[in-house]
Design a protein around this ligand. Sequence first.
Ligand SMILES: [Ca+2]
Ligand SMILES: [Ca+2]
Length: 349
Amino acid sequence: MATTLARSSSGTGVFNVFRNETGCNAGFTKIASATSATSLTDSNVANGLTYFYQVTAYPSGNEACASLPSTCISVTPTGGTATPDFSISTSPTSVSVAQGASGSSTVTTAVSGGFSNAISLSASGAPTGVTVSFSPTSIAAPGSGSSTMSITVGSTVTAGTYTITVTGTGGTITHTATVSLTVTTAGGGGTTTQILGNPGFETGTASPWTASTGVIDNSASEAAHSGAWKAWLNGYGTTHTDTLLQTVTISSTATAATLNFYLHIDTSETTTTTAFDTLKVQIRNTAGTVLATLATYSNLSAAAGYSLKSFNVLPYKGSAIQVYLVGTEDSSLQTSFVVDDFALNVTTP
Ligand SMILES: [Ca+2]
Ligand SMILES: [Ca+2]
């Protein structure tokens, strides 16, 4: 919006223009000095507000001789071309993420012209293996706010630069912004080493694992995932606890560390609601203090066959830790937690 004032005088003097939003008898603020133009356009106005103007005149360079203020006039801009709309932007606009890691950008929306709608967010253009999510997934009405855009890059995504388009949709209006994603090689071309000993239990003994009696097993009643041997925790149908642990150190220079293993759960429990028997997968320090419980499984997730479990354990680099599994059964109805083919893959530069 703008209001335009014109003066009818055409002498050799210059003019100061004053404005307020209160009234002709209130104090004024100077909005233009020593102008010789015969009109002034005031762009700094809003619809529906009334503005009051007055002008003083004086010989150029001699403001001390300024005239008394002119007659006060008022202007109320209305209508205009204001259309409900919003804008969308990202910060930063470019994100660099290593393979197997994640990054983020903040998406910000701002409304204008009386726009009032929730704005839903979506992303397109990410390559296969890259997952993009928003928190929150929608900016609540009236539509001004921000959302964190998380970008998770799979370990197999080809290094390179990609453009992710963020689309905001509010009512019938759609706007887009982009984020440039640069995927870098994990560890800058480093090497990945599996650091657990006897990961598939094929030596037929526990070492370097420490296991409860009977856990290292080659019986046919629960098949191994591969080879002949696996670790079979619990399965007694009486109150019982089994543990399986191995102490390792993830290099302090590691850029990625992932714990994988295969798990099969077999149960005689019939409940669909109560976890009577559980298996916790933990990271402990060498004193046995739990640093993290990565997952808890139970009779409720029993299923035929093995499934692969995978955890990011990079946060535990630099000190000796225990990969610690503990299975606990209640007094009846057996649950077996059968694990095999562990890997703790550590990538170093
Ligand atoms: Ca095995
Ligand atoms: Ca049980």
